[in-house]
Design a protein around this ligand. Structure first.
Ligand SMILES: *Cc1c(COP(=O)(O)O)cnc(C)c1O
Length: 180
């Protein structure tokens, strides 16, 4: 139903132990709020002056035994250094959940920006590249994560008798979908 819910659901979908998520201080406030509302401690790593995106050369020194994931942002649709970030994450067994709210349809040398790492999150707010007035999406290649996201966005309801876990109301309305 919006990019903020999508970010919270994406973080929750990986069922990570509580801990820290490394992110950028230079983004819309929803990036950090989502980390914190999902129950994680945001840890800021400074940005590069040229791209205004998180500086990969400063990420490793911020990783602790409590780090669970990295959440970079493609600020203003400028691709962050995703290959370097993924390589760091692989070395330390961390997830990469990208806030791609500004990057719908943006290409880089790794392909369509919103199709990379564990999950990428889009906002379809009226101020964004593509919009449904209010809306959002999570993109992942992992069918198990997709299943968890579906549950998370519908109150955790699996069937009439089973609620798997505490979920959100993250549904996109038909009316908003029709606008998109
Ligand atoms: C807009 C935005 C969000 C939140 O999206 P909403 O659809 O407004 O909830 C998250 N992150 C960034 C970087 C944004 O610009």
């Amino acid at each position: 139903n919006n990019g903020t819910t999508a970010l919270i659901a994406a973080i929750k979908a990986f069922d990570m132990r509580p801990g820290e998520i490394i992110t950028t201080p230079f983004s819309f406030s929803a990036t950090t709020h989502a980390v914190s509302l999902a129950g994680f401690e945001p840890v800021f790593v400074d940005i590069e002056p040229r791209t205004l995106n998180i500086d990969p050369s400063k990420i490793e020194s911020a990783i602790t035994e409590n780090t669970r994931a990295i959440m970079p942002v493609h600020v203003y649709g400028n691709p962050c250094q995703i290959k370097e970030i993924v390589a760091i994450a692989e070395r330390h067994s961390l997830r990469v959940i990208v806030d791609a709210a500004h990057a719908f349809g943006v290409d880089c040398d790794c392909g369509q920006l919103h199709t990379v790492p564990d999950a990428s999150v889009l906002s379809f707010h009226a101020t964004k590249v593509f919009h449904t007035v209010e809306g959002g999406a999570v993109i992942t290649r992992d069918p198990a994560i997709k299943k968890r996201l579906d549950l998370l966005c519908n109150f955790g309801i699996e069937d009439e008798d089973t609620v798997r876990f505490a979920g959100l109301n993250g549904k996109l309305s038909e009316l908003h979908a029709a606008m998109g």
